[in-house]
Design a protein around this ligand. Structure first.
Ligand code: AMP
Ligand code: MG
Length: 324
C-alpha cells in the first residue's frame, strides 16, 4: 500500500474524508497526538486499525466527534458528563459512558464492552475533517502498538508508512500527551488515564475528589488499554536519574545533569506544558540518535507528578516498564 501525504488544505481534508467514507485508514493531527482514524461504524475499517497497529483486540478505541451533541447520541450522558463537556470540549478529555441503545459504534471498537469512550478534539483541521465525514471517527495513536506516540506527521510515517492509506499533515501537536480518560459509568468518576486535562482541573470541575485507577491490569479490557509496557522506545529507560553515565542519553527537565553527550531537555525552565509537548519527540530522538552512537540507555531526570506532570510521569513509567 502506498501511503499518501495529504496537506492541511481543503483538498487534503476532502481526500482524507473520502478515504474514511470508503472504509480506509487516515492518520491526522489532533491537539494531543496523531490519531489513526477510521469510520467508527464500519467493522471492517475498525478491524483494519487493529491490524495496522498490531493492537490487541481487548484494547478499545476512543470515538471522536465534531460536537458534544453528536457524541451524546451514542452514549448515555449523565448531568456530570454534560457539565464536563461544556467546560472541557473541544479538548483533551475522554469520557467513558454506557453505550446508548442507538449507538452505531462498532462493537469491535469498544472491545465488546457495554461502554464507549467519546471525545470532541480541538483543532481546526480535525474539526473540518469530522464535519466533512459526518460520522464518528475512532482514532488510537498512529503508531505501532506499544511504541512511542507520534506528535508529527514524520513520526507517523516512521512507524506506519505502507500500512495505512494516508497521513493528513496538521503540523506538530500542541498538547503532546494523550487525552485524560474519565470513567463516568459508576457512582463516582474514576480517572482511567492521566492526560492533557489535569486531575486538579477535573476535581475543580466535579467539585469532588477523583479516584485514580490503581495500577494496571493487562488482562482486564475495562482497564483502559493501560498495558504496562507502552510508549516504549528501543533503548531501556531509567527513571528519576540523579546522575548520568557517559554511555547513557539524557532526557532532562530543568537544569541538566552533566555527564552525557546526548541530551534532550523537555523544558530548561521547568515548564510542564512545554515538557508534555516535547516528550514523545524527545524519546524518539534520544532512541534513534542513542542507537546510532552506541549508547545503552535513556536516563530520565525527575519530573514532578502534579498537573500535566502526572501524565508525563505515567508515560515515562510505561516507557520504562519491562517489555512483554
Ligand atoms: P489510545 O487510543 O491508544 O490512546 O487508547 C485509548 C484508550 O481509551 C485505551 O487505553 C482504551 O482502553 C481506553 N478506552 C476506550 N474505550 C474504553 C471503554 N469503553 N472503557 C474503558 N476504557 C476505554
Ligand atoms: Mg497509543
Amino acid at each position: 500500500m502506498n501511503t499518501q501525504l495529504l496537506h492541511d488544505d481543503p483538498q487534503g481534508i476532502e481526500t482524507a474524508a473520502a478515504i474514511l467514507r470508503a472504509g480506509g485508514l487516515v492518520a491526522f493531527g489532533t491537539e494531543t497526538v496523531y490519531g489513526l482514524g477510521a469510520d467508527a461504524g464500519n467493522d471492517r475499517a475498525v478491524s483494519a486499525i487493529y491490524t495496522a497497529k498490531g493492537r490487541p483486540g481487548i484494547n478499545p478505541l476512543i470515538s471522536h466527534f465534531a460536537s458534544a451533541d453528536a457524541a451524546f447520541t451514542q452514549v448515555v450522558a449523565t448531568p456530570l458528563a454534560h457539565a464536563l463537556a461544556e467546560r472541557f470540549w473541544p479538548g483533551p478529555l475522554t469520557l467513558v459512558l454506557p453505550r446508548a441503545p442507538a449507538c452505531t459504534i462498532s462493537p469491535i471498537a469498544t472491545a465488546g464492552l457495554a461502554t464507549a469512550a467519546v471525545r470532541v478534539p480541538a483543532g481546526r483541521t480535525i474539526h473540518a475533517l469530522l464535519a466533512a465525514c459526518g460520522f464518528p471517527v475512532v482514532a488510537p495513536s498512529a503508531n505501532p502498538s506499544g511504541g512511542v506516540s507520534p506528535s508529527d506527521a514524520g513520526h507517523v510515517l516512521a512507524g506506519l508508512d505502507g500500512r495505512i492509506d494516508a497521513v493528513l499533515d496538521c503540523g506538530p501537536c500542541t498538547v503532546g500527551v494523550e487525552s485524560t480518560i474519565l470513567d463516568l459509568g459508576g457512582a463516582r468518576p474514576v480517572l482511567l488515564r492521566p492526560g492533557g486535562i489535569t486531575l486538579e482541573m477535573l476535581e475543580d470541575a466535579c467539585g469532588m475528589p477523583i479516584t485514580a485507577m490503581a495500577g494496571s491490569d493487562d488482562a482486564r479490557p475495562s482497564a483502559p488499554g493501560q498495558l504496562s509496557s507502552h510508549y516504549a522506545p528501543g533503548l531501556p529507560v531509567r527513571l528519576d536519574a540523579q546522575t548520568v553515565a557517559a554511555d547513557e542519553a539524557l532526557l532532562a527537565f530543568g537544569p541538566e545533569l552533566a555527564g552525557s553527550g546526548l541530551v534532550w531537555n523537555l523544558s530548561p525552565r521547568g515548564d510542564l506544558h512545554e515538557a508534555a509537548a516535547r516528550l514523545f519527540a524527545g524519546l524518539r530522538f534520544l532512541d534513534m540518535e542513542g542507537h546510532r552512537r552506541g549508547l545503552v540507555r535513556i536516563a530520565v531526570q525527575h519530573v514532578p507528578g502534579h498537573g500535566l506532570g502526572r501524565a508525563i510521569r505515567d508515560r515515562l513509567i510505561r516507557a520504562a516498564s519491562p517489555r512483554s
